[in-house]
Design a protein around this ligand. Sequence first.
Ligand SMILES: Nc1ncnc2c1ncn2[C@@H]1O[C@H](COP(=O)(O)OP(=O)(O)OP(=O)(O)O)[C@@H](O)[C@H]1O
Ligand SMILES: [Mg+2]
Length: 317
Amino acid sequence: MAAMELIGSTSKFRAVLDLINMVAPIDSTVLIQGETGTGKEAVARAIHDASPRRQNRFVTLNCAAIPSALLESELFGHERGAFTGAVTQTAGRFQTADRGTLFLDEIGDLPLELQPKLLRVLQEKEFERLGGGRTIQTDVRVITATNRDLVRMVEERKFRADLFYRLDVLPITLPPLREREDDIPLLAEHFMRRFAQRLGKSIDFIPDGVMRELKRYHWPGNIRELQNVIERSVILANGPALHLQAIRLDSPKAVSPSSSTLIEAQRAHIVAALRKKNWVVSGPRGAAIELGVRRSTLMAMMQRLKIQRETSPEGAA
Ligand SMILES: Nc1ncnc2c1ncn2[C@@H]1O[C@H](COP(=O)(O)OP(=O)(O)OP(=O)(O)O)[C@@H](O)[C@H]1O
Ligand SMILES: [Mg+2]
């Protein structure tokens, strides 16, 4: 896989890039923490790609996606006959990743009983397959990630302290997108170009109103959510500009206290644009263009948000 480009230029993100470059040449374990969709896996790959191991494999295992009974075999492999159904000898991820990097995703979901085994391979660089006596040496750089609070899990004795300290040698915490909103235009344009190219569409412009809306939203799903929103709007776009109509930032899923705030913010934003344009909706001097949406979309939004033309507008000329 080609080295992926990590987009971002805010100081918070540049600090992350500096850390990636700092930890890449070292073999110590890295623990990447951050909310969902903040780029934990992307950062793990970037570390591998910048490391002396880049010619060898980057192997991943999601600890939350595998039933715990099978996890041990996935990690360390098994001998033939180790358990019912083990008809052939199978290599585990630690063997497959030899001389490369092993990315253990959702490490907070690693069952307590497997934690000493992981600690051992990290410390001794050796392990045995299930049902096998032979000790296998391994040269693997381990990167882990989680969106759970491991410190709290250690306090609650759901995660072993000794393993946590071993994993936490080089911690990287990824900021949520809402804390680096100045990266949103860069990311949005990057995704727009990528999807437009992939779909063979010539969309190359995000109106100011749309960009403002993108920056205002709180992005609970972070970069992944932004990427999905841009993909959807590129698919639905039928002109050179990206429009808000496809961007349902007040998605019904966001039933949280913040969603009402978001709707309020959206309402206030639309009213402000309408006032500025003297309640003209369409045409070159209308609010629709200001907001980067179509006339019909704006009308629908006004209806949904119960926005009516103010009859005695305060402060209007
Ligand atoms: N800095 C970045 N620049 C460009 N694309 C990015 C960046 N960070 C993440 N992405 C993209 O955003 C998407 C989500 O990233 P990723 O899967 O790494 O997040 P994650 O933190 O592992 O999410 P989860 O917690 O849900 O597993 C991916 O498609 C990834 O390629
Ligand atoms: Mg991930």
